[in-house]
Design a protein around this ligand. Structure first.
Ligand code: PMP
Length: 406
């Protein structure tokens, strides 16, 4: 890919070509959600225009087409994360629901008083609160890996925490607040050495890193379609079939059953055992279109481009008078958090929005992380494949103006 081809890639995202408050939109809130390319919008529209039907049941042509597209989407996800078997890919509403599925099904059936769940300080609430609910009900204890001063996990502390009581280690692949890339292979290998089950929250990783669940070695991997240029309301839980087979169903209803009678019900095989009710068919098809879009790109070029742009952003931010970076992790993907002296983050974000610049402000659903950093929240700029130096330059220029003004 060259810069002209990159400009063409950007043109694939119609939402980027608009004015906001009289300025061209500079979209730097990709860790919250990404914009969607034509390929995704077209795939969803085509499904509703031509193939709309419920899946798996009816014996008519439209249902056959919908079912084939829906199941092909599952295969696409499996290839994308290198899952060994596509029936290990379970559709969920997103990362949050994927983690809740594991917490409610595996956690509630496996955890007992005194068992330990290891999380980290930089987790999103979606990878904290489901475990708190389970811990309250089972008597399991939550232990938290601390951070070092840069915003990397303190791995020595993690290794010291592991022991015979450790039943689960659940950590983010990439932090949504600081952009920290965690050494998930090492984290998983150490957890496995004590016989613990592992879950990786990949919500922020899938758009930036090439994810290979077999190479990571984890038991579960959770992610959301909308952070990967796909639709909202669809996500994935990948799990090892040995574990998924043993886990009890979570939500119940149609699709997930084999036979139902009032004297007892038997359950469907994987993946359907965990997919009660009519699924988000258009969402799955849209997500597969997003993955096809990503896989058709020169991913190595894009990874280098994103890394170089992140470095350029960080270096530029360091030049803004009165700006403080929050977290300087060894390896970073996507997100950069910062604070401006004398300007409340919310006011900063509003002033930037007036210039068409979209970024995020607040605790980023990571209140324990903010607490550990001794701050209430940050401003966060987060990049995606379509961002370029013009976007970063526009942000930096606006920040310099703000800093001169205040
Ligand atoms: N984990 C992380 C690291 C996230 O960034 C997010 C979304 N901000 C989630 C989990 C939850 O994802 P969703 O809201 O799509 O379920």
């Amino acid at each position: 890919m060259n810069p002209q081809q990159h400009a063409q890639l950007r043109h694939q995202f119609p939402a980027l070509a608009q004015q906001v408050n009289g300025h061209p939109l500079i979209y730097l809130d990709n860790a919250a959600t990404t914009q969607k390319p034509h390929a995704v919008l077209d795939a969803i529209a085509h499904y509703y225009r031509a193939d709309n039907a419920n899946v798996h049941r009816a014996a008519h042509a439209l249902s056959g087409r919908a079912t084939r597209a829906f199941e092909a989407a599952r295969e696409t996800v499996a290839r994308f994360i290198n899952a060994p078997r596509s029936h290990e890919v379970i559709w969920t509403r997103g990362t949050t629901e994927a983690i809740n599925l594991v917490a409610q099904s595996w956690g509630m059936s496996e955890l007992k008083t005194g068992d330990e769940i290891i999380l980290s300080t930089l987790e999103h609430h979606a990878n904290i609160v489901p475990w708190q609910l389970v811990a309250q009900r089972t008597g399991a204890l939550i232990r938290v890996i601390p951070l070092d001063t840069r915003g990397d996990l303190d791995l020595a502390a993690y290794h010291a925490m592991l022991g015979p009581r450790t039943r689960l280690v659940s950590v983010a692949h990439v932090s949504n607040a600081l952009g920290t890339v965690n050494p998930v292979k090492e984290i998983v290998a150490a957890a496995k050495a004590v016989g613990a089950v592992t879950l990786i929250d990949g919500a922020q990783a899938v758009a930036h890193l090439e994810v290979d669940v077999q190479a990571i070695g984890c038991d579960f991997y959770a992610c959301s379609g909308h952070k990967l240029y796909g639709p909202t309301g669809i996500g994935v839980l990948w799990g090892r079939s040995e574990l998924l087979e043993r886990m009890p169903p979570w939500q119940a209803g149609g699709e997930m059953i084999d036979r139902v009678s009032f004297s007892g019900t038997t359950f469907n095989t994987l993946p359907f055992k965990f997919e009660a009710g009519t699924p988000h068919i258009a969402g799955a098809i849209g997500l597969a279109a997003a993955i096809d879009f990503v896989m058709a790109q020169d991913r190595e070029w894009l990874a280098q481009h994103e890394q170089a742009l992140t470095d350029y952003l960080v270096a530029g931010l360091q030049q803004v008078p009165g700006l403080r970076l929050v977290g300087e992790p060894g390896q970073r993907a996507g997100a950069v958090s910062f604070l401006l002296d004398d300007i409340h983050p919310q006011d900063g974000a509003t002033l930037l929005d007036m210039q068409g610049i979209a970024l995020r402000v607040g605790h980023h659903c990571a209140m324990p992380l903010m607490e550990s950093l001794g701050i209430g929240g940050t401003l966060r700029a987060s990049l995606a494949c379509y961002n370029n130096r013009d976007d970063v330059d526009a942000l930096l220029a606006a920040l310099h103006t703000l800093s001169d003004f205040f």
